[in-house]
Ligand binder design. Structure first.
Ligand code: PBG
Length: 327
């Protein structure tokens, strides 16, 4: 039994940074941060994303500059999002071996051989209607989309992806991708499933960056209702049964309770995505002097880790890694 005040004084261990440092329960290691990268067609490009100050869209010939800076800071993985040259109804550029992500994989593999390359597997950046699957009328069709996602994942693996990360939220996609990869000889390529992905207002800035906003409707018929926590565990269970090697919860900060329950319910590595809107809010408030940006970033990343994330996908990866390496 703990004693009582004045014998017990929790403040004793908070008195100096020397003491606080040695009793700290949670640390963010640079290698637990994954940097999202947007890749655009063309050459010589580093385009600002207006809703995400400090984030750029890189052409293939320059993407290694940004990835290299993150690598120097201790970041050991990136996740790639491609903005294709052209879009169509079924997103065929997604599985083109000459596609934008496929080319970026080749460049990054050559320039940064020790960086882990993850790819986002989804159709929304590649379809002209901006939905994550193929349509019949205005309905996003589940089963016909599975085959296309599997093709995309196989094409990424062929181009050198270390890990594929499906974010589309079709039912059965982890299994379909696993079978596709195995059938093509990529049985060693792991799947990081966006298992728990909510239909969130926090993705707004990303859709500017990736030019992937749906042209009609929204994603609520496939992404999860943010009101549902138990359903997250069903999604988790299903993805594990289908062969997910790692799972993700997204967005991160509004869903720390879900993250903690996912962590407790499984024994695979768990990732959390601090998404574009979470980034944009911190940036905007920081730029206006309302909060101290760096302090708030570190606090959020520590909280996400404390809630159970092994890996955190964050647009702050490079700068946070530089601080984390010395903390
Ligand atoms: C693709 C995808 C999205 C994000 C990651 N993968 C957008 C969406 O579902 O609309 C969001 C990431 C972010 O907001 O930073 N489906």
């Amino acid at each position: 039994m703990p004693g009582e005040f004045p014998t017990v004084r929790p403040r004793r261990l908070r008195a100096t940074e020397r003491l606080r440092n040695i009793v700290r329960e949670t640390r963010v290691h640079p290698a637990s941060l994954m940097l999202p990268l947007f890749v655009v067609p063309g050459t010589g490009k580093a385009e600002e994303v207006s809703s995400m100050p400090g984030v750029k869209r890189w052409s293939v010939d320059r993407v290694s500059e940004e990835a290299g800076r993150a690598y120097d800071a201790g970041v050991r993985s990136v996740i790639l999002f491609g903005i294709p040259e052209s879009k169509d109804a079924s997103g065929t550029q997604a599985w083109s071996d000459e596609g934008i992500v496929q080319k970026a994989l080749a460049a990054l593999r050559k320039d940064l051989p020790d960086l882990t390359l993850v790819t986002d597997v989804c159709l929304c950046e590649y379809t002209d209607h901006g939905h994550c699957g193929v349509l019949r009328g205005e309905e996003v069709q589940n089963d016909p989309t599975l085959e296309l996602l599997a093709r995309e994942a196989v094409s990424h693996a062929r181009a050198g992806a270390d890990v594929v990360a499906p974010s589309d939220m079709m039912d059965g996609r982890v299994g379909a991708i696993r079978r596709g990869l195995d059938g093509a000889g990529f049985e060693e390529v792991p799947i990081l499933s966006y298992a728990v992905k909510y239909a969130s207002g926090f993705y707004g800035p990303f859709r500017d960056a990736a030019e992937s906003a749906p042209s009609f409707g929204d994603r609520r018929s496939y992404q999860m209702d943010p009101a549902n926590g138990r359903e997250a565990l069903r999604e988790l269970e299903q993805d594990l049964v289908e062969g997910a090697d790692m799972v993700m919860v997204k967005p991160a900060l509004p869903n720390l309770d879900v993250l903690a329950s996912v962590r407790a319910a499984c024994n695979v590595p768990v990732a959390a995505y601090q998404v574009s809107g979470e980034y944009a809010m911190i940036k905007a408030a920081g730029e206006r002097g309302m909060i101290e940006e760096e302090r708030v970033v570190d606090e959020t990343l520590t909280a996400i880790r404390r809630a159970g994330a092994d890996l955190i996908l964050t647009y702050f990866a490079e700068s946070a890694a530089r601080r984390a390496a010395w903390s």
